[in-house]
Ligand binder design. Structure first.
Ligand code: NAP
Length: 489
């Protein structure tokens, strides 16, 4: 897809199914429709079905009805369906990327990267479906045998956020399909289009009706709460904010649901004096600016060794200031809009708070006038210890830089947060690297690299960033139960 004209955009939007997908059929939402907005212009792109609580219940009914048969479906065939879906996503990558840019705002090259990343979960789990196994052991006493087997958890509810509209879905849908679970999927209301296209692709790849049911809705709590309270549901996998995650966990306690919680982050990016500064700047740009800073893995604060802190901040400011803002469909654009006005207001507020407490803006620090929710790439120096953006998830293109005096101070500052998703460490000293990595309270660490996401690796956090792992050999375990059989011999 070379030139993106309004006609091309319209054609891509027209090809998206806009109804609910329940029990293998596309149907209207009982509450009519709602508009999906282009964050670069504030205009409505198209309307999609708005589900009621009854529609959501019908989706769970369909998932429950399909569960037994799907669990018995040959693993190889489950894998082949995922493999065909992977190939179809790759074949339609340009179209899916454009759709993602339209609904979420990120530049086209980043959307292409997410489509490739999201597709890889389908491929990875297509390979995992035939590697589900158990164990056979002689009991320590020698009397009897211990047999363990893995079985699908059962019907799952998968709730995803707007920041990675496709990949946050495939990271859950891939292992659920591979494990033999049926599911109800609810994408974020800002970005339902990528997931609707994925449902169509899975349908065309031969996924039996009822295995995946898709519900788009304006009221998440009205549609989801009854499902979470329904004893037929066996698992909830949620990616989103810590605040909503906490609420869902409370609701899930009624049925003691199996849970996977991929929640917010507040990633520290630590640069030691001995680091390769060129590499650190390169990594910082990725860790900060991927997804316009709207990533759970985004570097939220930069802790830099005193002797190199100023140089680091200045070089980062130079790079950030040179980035081109604009609608993600435009050639050469590197930074798109934030998702909505509320998100932009939050970023503005955090920057104002830091400036009021004495920070200096080396570049940016402003919203951009005109249509869309643009915020200028920003680097702040001289951050006060009590500035809110050191504690809160910024979710925007803002990089606060703070100097540290010792390794102990850097580690203490990095861990001084309720979150524990990811940290980044730059140093050329192997012993220091391992010491620091071991001391960091996070589920993941990028060592001399600014990105950790990889479908073959276990993605997830600790502390209030949640629990459970997506991707890697661990990813499918979230959708399996272990049954132990005591064998009398
Ligand atoms: P959010 O507000 O928590 O929403 C996430 C999803 O939950 C959306 O589909 C939302 O639906 C739904 N939801 C909201 N309230 C609900 C309720 N009461 N019951 C059931 N569902 C409900 O998060 P977001 O703003 O979309 O996403 C940004 C957050 O996600 C950030 O904190 C980010 O760090 C986190 N995130 C974490 C990871 C990770 O892997 N750890 C990855 C990506 C993002 P509506 O759209 O209808 O509100």
């Amino acid at each position: 897809m070379s030139t993106i004209t309004p006609v091309v955009e319209q054609q891509v939007l027209e090809r998206v199914p806009k109804q609910l997908y329940i029990g293998g059929r596309w149907r209207e939402g009982s509450k009519g429709t709602f508009g999906v907005e282009d964050p670069a212009t504030g205009e409505v792109l198209c309307e999609v079905a708005d589900a009621s609580a009854e529609d959501a219940r019908a989706a769970l009914d369909a998932a429950v009805a399909a569960q037994r048969e799907w669990a018995a479906h040959p693993p190889r065939e489950r894998g082949e369906i995922l493999r065909r879906a992977f190939e179809a996503v790759i074949a339609q990558a340009d179209e899916l990327a454009l759709l993602m840019t339209l609904e979420m705002g990120k530049p086209l090259q980043e959307s292409r990267a997410e489509v490739a990343y999201g597709a890889e979960f389908l491929r990875w789990f297509s390979e995992q479906s035939v590697r589900i196994d158990g164990r056979y052991a002689v009991a320590p006493s020698g009397q009897g045998r211990l047999l363990t087997m893995k079985q699908p958890v059962g019907p799952c509810l998968l709730i995803t956020p707007w920041n990675f509209p496709l990949a946050m879905g495939t990271r859950k849908i891939g292992p659920a399909i591979a494990a033999g679970c049926t599911m109800v999927v609810k994408p974020a209301q800002q970005t339902p289009l990528s997931m609707l296209m994925l449902a169509r692709i899975l349908e065309q790849a031969g996924l039996p009706g009822g295995v995946l049911n898709l519900v788009t809705a304006t009221s998440a709590s009205e549609t989801m709460s009854p499902l979470i309270a329904d004893p037929r549901l066996r698992k909830l996998s949620f990616t989103g904010s810590t605040a909503v995650g906490r609420r869902l966990m409370e609701q899930a306690s009624g049925n003691l649901l199996r849970l996977s919680m991929e929640l917010g982050g507040n990633a520290p990016f630590i640069v030691f004096e001995d680091a390769d500064l060129d590499e650190a700047i390169k990594g910082a740009m990725v860790a900060k600016m991927r997804n316009i800073g709207e990533a759970c893995t985004a570097a939220n604060r930069f802790h830099v060794a005193g002797p190199v802190a100023e140089e680091f901040a200045e070089r980062l400011a130079q790079r950030m200031g040179a980035l081109r803002l604009g609608r993600g469909t435009e050639e050469g654009v590197e930074v798109g809009p934030l998702i909505d006005d509320q998100q932009r207001r939050k970023v503005s507020e955090l920057v104002s708070d830091a400036l009021e407490r004495g920070a200096r803006a080396l570049v940016g620090g402003r919203e951009r006038d005109g249509a869309g929710y643009f915020y200028e790439p920003t680097v702040l120096a001289d951050i006060a210890e009590d500035a809110r953006l050191l504690r809160e998830e910024i979710f925007g293109p803002v990089a606060p830089v703070r100097a540290f005096a010792s390794e102990e101070e850097a580690i203490a500052a990095a861990n001084n947060t309720e979150y524990g998703l990811v940290a980044y460490v730059y140093t050329r000293d192997l012993k220091r690297a391992l010491r620091v990595v071991e001391a960091l309270e996070t589920g993941m660490v990028g060592l001399n690299q600014g990105m950790v996401s990889n479908p073959a690796a276990p993605f997830g956090g600790i502390k209030q960033s949640g629990f459970g792992r997506e991707g890697g050999p661990e990813g499918i375990e979230e959708y399996l139960e272990t049954k132990y059989v005591a064998v009398n011999l």
